[in-house]
Design a protein around this ligand. Structure first.
Ligand SMILES: [Zn+2]
Length: 339
């Protein structure tokens, strides 16, 4: 028993001594280590070493703030690869690279910017930074356009990684040139329409007023041979003739008896191709059996406008113009006024 106790005592004593030596040794080693080295986080991103930082949490907060910062035109940011931190002992003299590491991580994040595109006729023409700017530009365009010119403009919100918008002056310039193009397009169309009106076939024959009806001076639509008089009856016509037939060659240009508005220009039963012109004061004139019609309903015609050409369409035995003059719907005898 005594021996055992003694042994324990001895052993404990020796153990304590050994432990003391070990701890002193360890402390010595540690102090040497901490004199020479300091702890630091080695930061790597996708396998690439970025540098060393002292405070990992502080860096993470900074990066989080950057990711969540959606000021200006930033729509959102996204960090696709997370940085890795490894605690290490580095040479005491080694400098930390906090800022460099922070910038490198921020740089690796994707930034999506919000911009506003102005579209004309569905095509993006320019991009600006705010919706208000886009609206103002479109409003300004509209204000300077003739109300007859339709402007199909729109605003599209876009997200882009590459924040490149035009300067306001550039954007205005682009829209301005589109506006000018619209105006010139409109004017060209207007001019073309005017020219088309003008290019109505004009007769070169001398228009001579022959008679007058209801205050309207009348001229002959064509010259030719009278082949059937007003009121006449014939083999092919059971009722009295409501007009005057003037025969001449197919294609001879027909001009109206007076200026007026075309109220009919189409096929009509036994009339064949028929043009009716209204001259006002209840006076109308009919031009039947035409081979060609050159005018359309609603068209204003002058005395020298070629409205149609002599033909033999409808109930006709040869090329001639069937001319009718009506007053309030009642046929009159053209020979009393014109031939
Ligand atoms: Zn006839």
């Amino acid at each position: 028993m005594f021996i055992l106790l003694n042994w324990v005592k001895y052993y404990t004593k020796e153990t304590t001594k050994a432990l003391k030596i070990i701890s002193i040794g360890t402390m010595l080693i540690l102090s040497v280590v901490f004199i020479k080295y300091k702890p630091a986080y080695a930061v790597t991103l996708a396998g690439q070493e970025l540098g060393y930082v002292k405070n990992k949490e502080k860096l993470e907060v900074k990066i989080q703030n950057y990711i969540e910062d959606t000021s200006g035109n930033v729509a959102f940011r996204e960090q696709l690869v997370a940085p890795e931190y490894k605690l290490k002992l580095v040479d005491k003299n080694k400098r930390f690279e906090e800022k460099q590491v922070q910038l490198a991580i921020e740089d690796s994040a994707i930034t999506m910017y919000r911009i506003f595109a102005v579209t004309i006729d569905g095509n993006v023409q320019t991009t600006v930074s705010t919706e208000e700017q886009a609206k103002t530009m479109i409003d300004n365009m509209r204000a300077e356009l003739d109300s007859n010119i339709e402007l199909n403009a729109g605003i599209i919100e876009q997200y882009t990684m590459d924040y490149k918008i035009q300067s306001e002056e550039e954007a205005v310039q682009i829209l301005n040139s589109i506006k000018m193009a619209k105006i010139s397009e409109y004017n060209t169309a207007k001019e073309e329409k005017r020219k088309a009106e003008e290019s109505k076939i004009i007769s070169t024959k001398t228009i001579t007023n022959v008679g007058t009806i209801a205050g309207i001076n009348l001229a002959r639509p064509i010259n030719g041979t009278i082949t059937s008089r007003y009121g006449a009856r014939s083999r092919i016509r059971s009722s009295a003739h409501t007009g005057l037939d003037i025969a001449t060659s197919t294609g001879t240009p027909i001009t109206p008896i007076a200026a007026g508005t075309v109220t009919y220009a189409d096929r009509k039963g036994s009339y064949g191709n028929l043009v009716i012109v209204s001259h006002g004061n209840g006076i109308e004139s009919y031009y039947a059996h035409c081979s060609q019609i050159y005018v359309t309903v609603g068209q204003k015609v002058e005395k020298n406008t070629v409205i149609s050409a002599v033909g033999s369409t409808g109930n006709s035995t040869g090329p001639h113009l069937h001319l009718e003059i009506r007053q309030n719907g009642t046929p009159l005898n053209p020979e009393n006024y014109l031939y």
